[in-house]
Design a protein around this ligand. Structure first.
Ligand SMILES: NC(=O)c1ccc[n+]([C@@H]2O[C@H](COP(=O)([O-])OP(=O)(O)OC[C@H]3O[C@@H](n4cnc5c(N)ncnc54)[C@H](OP(=O)(O)O)[C@@H]3O)[C@@H](O)[C@H]2O)c1
Length: 334
């Protein structure tokens, strides 16, 4: 199988790199610095269990001649780049080429489906970092759920699952990938707090309470909006199980030897021109408004993300007390 990774950042590079190490033909489409590093010395992947040097092909733009009948496109750009990416892709590859959306958040598959007839969603449950082009890191190969958009089953999903399992991932199929994506959104609702709150505060009970609170709020909104946020095969924790896990007495944080920061942290660290916060918190806030459910935690999460992004703040530059005060303020005003 040939894979084109369109948008070879953190996730795309880890997935593409591991697939290339397992004898798949992988072509990374990335920015010139990444293309240069991968082309000259290979793609370095660092994990808690080992380091890998992969040699996928890499280029800055896709040409029709790069695509074969068994090509699958792994769309690795951020949500804010999806519309432009699929429009560009549609100019150079056939419209029946399978396109797999790796983004967190909902709605990207619909955008891809405006140009492509075979669209799949993937829920990537692992944290990948790449702050230096061509050097990606992750703690361990995680779980990836694949499903036909909007729902149902397809032979291509089984092929994807088999390819990713062979490359070491805990891959699984879903017949209702939208439900898995909504569930993942609850996970990602907490990401901004990990990215922006001072790491010294992240072992405090109030930090765990904050995570529980945004999950409880998300659950109330989903219930009112009749959103099925669930794991299609029941293997990923429900929102209630996530809450129970956060409340469990725990040892202090353990970095497992490899420092890996979430995608939101990476955006602040690299001072990227865009962030994805609107795509994670925006839909929950909008549903809350529609169904008369207050969303002070999501509103605060979006507000601190927007403000810190505009100010080009460094990651972990907020104190927990400031964020809690802002939630209280948002609760009173909203
Ligand atoms: N990282 C994680 O742990 C993780 C886990 C699960 C899901 N996800 C989701 O996966 C998606 C990607 O996340 P990520 O962390 O991998 O982001 P990322 O590191 O920013 O990767 C996206 C890459 O695509 C590049 N890109 C955008 N448009 C391009 C184009 N036209 N041609 C070539 N390259 C292009 C970007 O370059 P520029 O920055 O220069 O534009 C960037 O390098 C997000 O939706 C995220 O929510 C991430």
């Amino acid at each position: 199988m040939q894979f084109v990774v369109y948008g070879a950042g953190a996730v795309g590079s880890v997935l593409g790199g591991m697939l290339s190490l397992h004898r798949h033909d992988v072509l990374l489409i990335g920015r010139p610095p990444l293309v240069h590093v991968v082309g000259s010395g290979g793609l370095r992947l660092k994990s808690a269990t080992g380091e890998y040097l992969a040699h996928p092909r890499a280029t800055a733009s896709l040409d029709r001649s790069d695509v074969s009948p068994d090509t699958q496109v792994l769309l690795g750009v951020k949500s804010y780049d999806v519309a432009a990416a699929v429009a560009t892709l549609a100019e150079s590859i056939p419209s029946d080429t399978p396109v797999i959306c790796l983004q967190n958040g909902v709605g990207n598959e619909e955008i891809a489906a405006q140009h492509f007839s075979r669209v799949y969603g993937a829920v990537v449950r692992m944290t990948c970092s790449m702050v230096q082009p061509g050097h990606a890191s992750f703690r361990a190969l995680g779980r990836i759920v694949f499903g036909l958009h909007p729902k149902g089953s397809a032979a291509a999903v089984a092929e994807l699952v088999a390819a990713f399992r062979a490359a070491g991932f805990d891959a699984a199929p879903s017949k209702a990938i939208g439900d898995d994506k909504w569930l993942k959104m609850a996970v990602n609702a907490q990401s901004i707090f990990h990215a922006l709150i001072d790491v010294r505060d992240q072992d405090e009970n109030e930090f765990f309470d904050l995570k529980v609170a945004i999950l409880e709020e998300t659950k109330r909104v989903f219930k009112a909006a009749k959103i099925k946020a669930r794991s299609a095969n029941g293997k990923d924790p429900s929102i209630d199980e996530m809450i129970a896990e956060i409340k469990r007495p725990r040892a202090r944080r353990n970095e497992h030897g490899v420092k890996v920061h979430n995608s939101v942290w990476q955006d602040f660290y690299l001072k990227r021109p865009h962030i994805e916060a609107e795509y994670i918190h925006g839909p929950v806030i909008a549903l809350g408004r529609e169904h008369a459910v207050a969303t002070p935690y999501h509103a605060t999460a979006l507000a601190i993300a927007t403000r810190c992004h505009a100010a080009q703040s460094a990651p972990e530059s907020l104190r927990l007390a400031e964020v809690l005060a802002e939630v209280a303020q948002s609760g009173h005003s909203g």
